[in-house]
Design a protein around this ligand. Structure first.
Ligand code: ADP
Length: 479
């Protein structure tokens, strides 16, 4: 991005940051959702594989047990013979876990698989040695897959099928065969996957944040270029108009002086017309000067031009220059300084201009007999300049707009007063150039308060911070 600092830096950085943050949020959400879905699919696939394995094991065991089952589901010596690998309920359990090994090559781990035989009421008859998952004991037994927990809270997948004594049609269920598989491995893998996934996601977010910042810069480059061109264009137009207009006004002024000497009634009519031309020409000159100033305020301010300025001195000078205009408008000016050192690092002529623009607006919008207060205070590292008037105020809907160029709440009245509609835009550009902000609070019918917050300078003595008094007076006269 080309030199973003030169064009309203705060705004541009905020826009770039917003764009980068938004794209990061969108990409991050998509990535997270995709990763989450992938993880779930993976775990689901593994659970399905375990279910299939249990189903196969249960089927195989059932087929091999069926021919040897005793006629009734009673724990007995006969059952012990049929199921030599199981512990029969009510009898000492010394049985090895050989049954599962015998029937399924993959079911060699007794910590992973558990076998339980239940009678047709759901009561446990026999089980394989080792930890028992809590499952359908003496409850209504559900066939099919169930997820249960053992006493330690570990998860098991339990698959239950009916046991039949023979293939005779209509023969009642002998009992149930339940084979369970520990999900401890799967859960451990899921946890590892969770941590790994989140670690990868955090790294990806970091990479995407950098990429988003870079892409936002790329996306904004053409906009910036267009903005720079537009600023340059208005500055060039103003610059090109300035000299011919000055020449034109010089000629008109000379004509006006010549007409003054003639003393005829025709000359007096021409003189009035020339006065109008001169007034309009001077308005144009003010507009051009304001446009050029705004363009210059868009350029970065070299730190070397800044000095520690005492705002109390600047405001006192400006107030003095406005005394006459305020008296003519029957407006009382008051200044209160609540801090001993209202010092800021800046350019005196610009800070003067900031105060001039706000003060002239306050005076112009106050009725005869009104008051304008100027206050300076300090809070921590921040100096606040507040200009309050007892004027007509500004409607809430207009308050955000008045800092835009050429925005006038009452265009007719503003033009009549000679306003260019750029006064507040200039004040805002100066405040930003000094690292500050300008805000307005206003209640229609009661008045307005314009506040400028500027970063306070250190305790160094003021150095080289003086605005050219004649230029300042010319600005006051212009407003
Ligand atoms: P203008 O040259 O018209 O004064 P500004 O940029 O200084 O241009 O102000 C923009 C508009 O904001 C003004 O036209 C006016 O309507 C409104 N405004 C500014 N200051 C005040 C104020 N103190 N009280 C009421 N309205 C104000």
């Amino acid at each position: 991005m080309t030199h973003p600092r030169s064009l309203e830096p705060g705004l541009l950085w905020r826009a770039r940051l917003r764009l980068a943050a938004l794209s990061l949020l969108v990409m991050g959400t998509i990535l997270y959702a995709a990763g989450f879905a992938m993880g779930q699919l993976l775990l689901q696939a593994q659970e399905t594989a375990i279910q299939r394995e249990l189903q196969t094991l249960a089927g195989t065991l059932h087929d091999s047990l069926k021919p040897a089952l005793p006629p009734a589901a009673q724990p007995s010596a006969a059952l012990g013979v049929v199921l030599p690998g199981l512990c029969v309920v009510g009898e000492p359990c010394t049985a090895p876990d050989a049954l599962i090994r015998r029937h399924a090559v993959s079911a060699t781990d007794s910590d992973r698989f558990q076998l339980r035989v239940l009678d047709h009421h759901g009561a446990l008859i026999a089980h394989s040695p080792g930890p028992q998952p809590r499952a359908a004991e003496a409850e209504a037994v559900q066939t099919g897959l169930q997820l249960v927990r053992d006493r330690s809270g570990a998860r098991w997948a339990a698959y239950t099928i009916h046991l039949h004594h023979s293939n005779a049609p209509g023969e009642p269920t002998w009992g149930y065969l339940q084979i369970s598989s520990s999900l401890a491995d799967l859960d451990a893998r899921a946890e590892r996957l969770w941590w790994l996934g989140h670690g990868v996601f955090a790294l990806a977010m970091l990479g995407m944040a950098l990429a988003s910042w870079w892409l936002a810069g790329l996306a904004m480059a053409p906009l910036l270029e267009a903005y720079r061109r537009q600023v340059r264009f208005s500055a060039d137009v103003a610059h090109e108009l300035r000299t011919p207009l000055a020449n034109l006004l010089a000629v008109v002024e000379a004509e006006r002086n010549a007409v003054d000497g003639a003393g005829t009634s025709a000359a007096s009519t021409t003189g009035t017309s020339l006065d109008r031309v001169l007034a309009q020409g001077r308005r144009l000159q003010r507009l051009i000067a304001d446009l050029l100033l705004l363009a210059s305020l868009e350029r970065p301010c070299p730190q070397s031009l800044k000095a520690v300025c005492d705002l109390a001195e600047i405001t006192a000078d400006v107030m003095e220059d406005f005394n006459e205009a305020a008296a003519a408008a029957h407006v009382t000016l008051e200044q209160t300084i609540h801090t001993a050192s209202p010092r800021v690092l800046g350019i005196a002529s610009e800070l003067s201009r900031l105060v001039i623009n706000l003060l002239s607006n306050a005076i112009q919008h106050s009725p005869a007999g009104g008051r304008v207060w100027l206050e300076l205070s300090r809070r921590g590292g921040e100096i606040t300049l507040r200009i309050r008037d007892s004027g007509a105020g500004i409607a809430a809907g207009e308050q955000a707009r008045i800092f835009d160029r050429f925005t006038r709440v009452d265009p007719g009245r503003s033009r009549q007063r000679g306003g260019t509609g750029l006064g507040l835009a200039i004040a805002q550009a100066i405040a930003r150039r000094h690292g500050g902000v300008i805000t307005v609070q206003s209640t229609p019918g009661e008045g307005s308060i314009f506040s400028v917050q500027l970063p306070a300078a250190g305790r160094r003595r003021p150095a080289r911070c003086s605005a050219c008094a004649s230029a300042r007076r010319a600005d006051v006269a212009d407003r």
